[in-house]
Design a protein around this ligand. Structure first.
Ligand code: DQA
Length: 163
């Protein structure tokens, strides 16, 4: 009898895939309709889909998470540490300017990340000029709209490829 080929890879020998997490803070679920002059007309679902497709082509697993709740974002970062997430892309949204708790969670995770903002926070109200995350980030992209997420991903994929 011919031996059947197993379609699923042997979990004991298959190399573990690199995993990335994209974290979106409060109100980013409203992208597409929310203040388009700052945030454009691309929806969060469209951004997430483009990121997932690009990551898939590179053979990298990419997960996305959005919440309007500080605690939920913090717990997602805690879980990321357990899940062996290699890098994160984070748009903390308004928590950028207010949340020491989320900053502490990100710092505590030890996971390197790129900070992304759709709008140029430095060209807006003074309270948006300071970020509690930028000094921890590998780098910061702001003001390039939804393309900023894809540019952050391109950078991380290139970095992963050379590791
Ligand atoms: C934002 C900028 C923040 O100041 C704001 O609170 C957001 C979105 C951006 O992507 O431009 O919600 O992070």
């Amino acid at each position: 009898m011919r031996k059947q080929k197993d379609a699923s890879p042997d979990p004991t020998t298959a190399p573990e895939q690199t995993r990335l997490l994209v974290l979106h803070g409060p109100n980013l679920n409203l992208l597409g309709t929310r203040e388009p002059r700052y945030y454009g007309s691309t929806t969060l679902a469209e951004i997430n889909r483009a990121l997932a497709q690009r990551a898939e082509r590179a053979g990298v697993v990419l997960e996305t998470f959005q919440s309007n709740h500080e605690g939920a974002l913090i717990e997602r970062v805690h879980a990321a540490r357990e899940q062996n997430i290699r890098y994160m892309i984070i748009n903390p949204a308004a928590y950028t300017h207010t949340s020491i708790a989320l900053r502490d969670a990100v710092a505590g995770s030890g996971i390197a990340f790129v900070e992304v903002h759709l709008s140029n926070i430095h060209a807006r109200e003074p309270f948006r000029h300071h970020s509690h995350f930028s000094d921890l980030a590998i780098g910061v992209i702001c003001g390039l709209g939804s393309e900023g997420y894809l540019l952050a991903l391109e950078y991380l994929l290139r970095r992963i490829a050379t590791e």
